[in-house]
Ligand binder design. Structure first.
Ligand SMILES: *Cc1c(COP(=O)(O)O)cnc(C)c1O
Length: 366
């Protein structure tokens, strides 16, 4: 069976360095925040071209803390893509604000900036742009709307470590950029982890305080914060992994290039890449009308695929009570019914990529 993603192979490639880095933390006697987290924060900030990076417990918390840091509060509205991973919406709900859905461009899967304007109301305070599947959203167009309406912009970059927008790495275009280091992400830890990068020292300072019980100084609590800190063991592992992120993203790009070349002309819709986008292919997502049939046939030929995501956030039971507010989101519904993610990852052998391609060709003939 060709795996969807082989995380064990990622460990094996870096086994010695990762073991050493974990041991270093264990021997240090320091297990919360501290030097290792600070070292990762400064290395990741440099990588992202951002003035600050603050490590937090996971990507969902990075979003929640960013919304709180810019002052989003109950009753506010926040514009989100209709077709993102549910964490983007959950963060908005967690601070008591209302997610307002905007439809994506069905070819890039990213929020359509031309649809944002009509979703803005007097209660709108922020936009969350998601760089879905590792491809940057159109930040200049989104920033333009945000500035005209005095809205905060937050980026959900959980899937886009290393991606570039108009030549510049994602990491500091918005007021806050939110990262997840969930193991399967392009920069993945070996447990949960997250971060916020920003050029704003106010936002960075607010997130440092919020992640640590709302405290700047021990036992003095300025606001009702959380405990959401990046674990130093994960920080140490992330430092090792950050040093090969570009190389590993390069391997994903080579697979995506083959998929794009070799799947052209078949009866499926390939992801569109605008010329200003340099995606890092967290996922390679095609659209097929008879998705279940293709997925079954591929499974029969030993190719594992996944679906990201079978239901849009507003179709989930979690949002059933608000369903009346989310009607007419036909693009997100269609995408949820048609998307299929092909295997991709830095440890996928070329023979496996070729086998996936052959299987898809064969499945298309049946
Ligand atoms: C993974 C992910 C998150 C959440 O990150 P966690 O670290 O799992 O909490 C948020 N948004 C998107 C788009 C993601 O892919």
């Amino acid at each position: 069976m060709i795996p969807f993603l082989d995380l064990g192979a990622a460990y094996r490639e870096l086994e010695a360095e990762i073991n050493d880095s974990v041991k270093r933390v264990l021997q240090s006697g320091w297990y919360i925040l501290g030097e290792e987290v600070e070292a990762f924060e400064s290395e990741f900030a440099v990588y992202c071209n951002a003035a600050h990076a603050v490590g937090v417990a996971n990507g969902l918390d990075a979003l929640i803390l960013s919304l709180r840091a810019v002052g989003i509060s109950p009753g506010d509205e926040v514009i989100v893509p209709s077709n993102t991973f549910i964490a983007t919406w959950l963060a908005v709900s967690a601070v008591g604000a209302v997610p307002v859905a905007v439809e994506p461009d069905p070819l890039t899967h990213n929020i359509d900036p031309t649809r944002i304007q009509t979703a803005i109301s007097p209660r709108t305070k922020a936009i969350i742009a998601v760089h879905l599947y590792g491809q940057p959203a159109d930040l200049d167009a989104i920033l333009d709307v945000a500035r005209r309406h005095k809205l905060f912009l937050i980026e959900d970059a959980a899937q886009a470590q290393g991606a570039r927008y108009k030549g510049q790495r994602i990491g500091a275009h918005a007021d806050a950029v939110c990262w997840s280091f969930y193991p399967a992400k392009n920069l993945g830890a070996m447990g949960d982890g997250g971060a916020v990068t920003t050029n704003s020292s106010d936002v960075a300072d607010a997130i440092r305080m919020l992640r640590n019980y709302g405290s700047r100084e021990k036992y003095k609590n300025d606001v009702k914060g959380l405990n959401s800190r990046l674990d130093p063991i994960q920080a140490a592992i992330l430092r090792v992994k950050l040093s090969c992120l570009d190389e590993w993203n390069g391997r994903r790009k080579a697979i995506a290039k083959l998929y794009l070349e070799q799947l052209a002309g078949l009866d499926l819709i390939l992801p569109a890449v605008p010329d200003w986008a340099d995606p890092v292919w967290h996922l390679f997502v095609v659209r097929v009308r008879e998705r279940e049939r293709l997925q079954e046939r591929l499974a029969g030929m030993g190719v594992s695929t996944q679906i990201h995501y079978p239901l849009a956030p507003f179709q989930q039971k979690a949002y059933a009570e608000q369903a009346h507010a989310y009607t007419g989101l036909e693009i997100a519904e269609r995408l949820a019914a048609e998307v299929l993610s092909l295997p991709i990852g830095p440890h996928q052998a070329i023979e496996d990529t070729k086998a996936v391609l052959n299987s898809i060709r064969k499945a298309a003939e049946l």
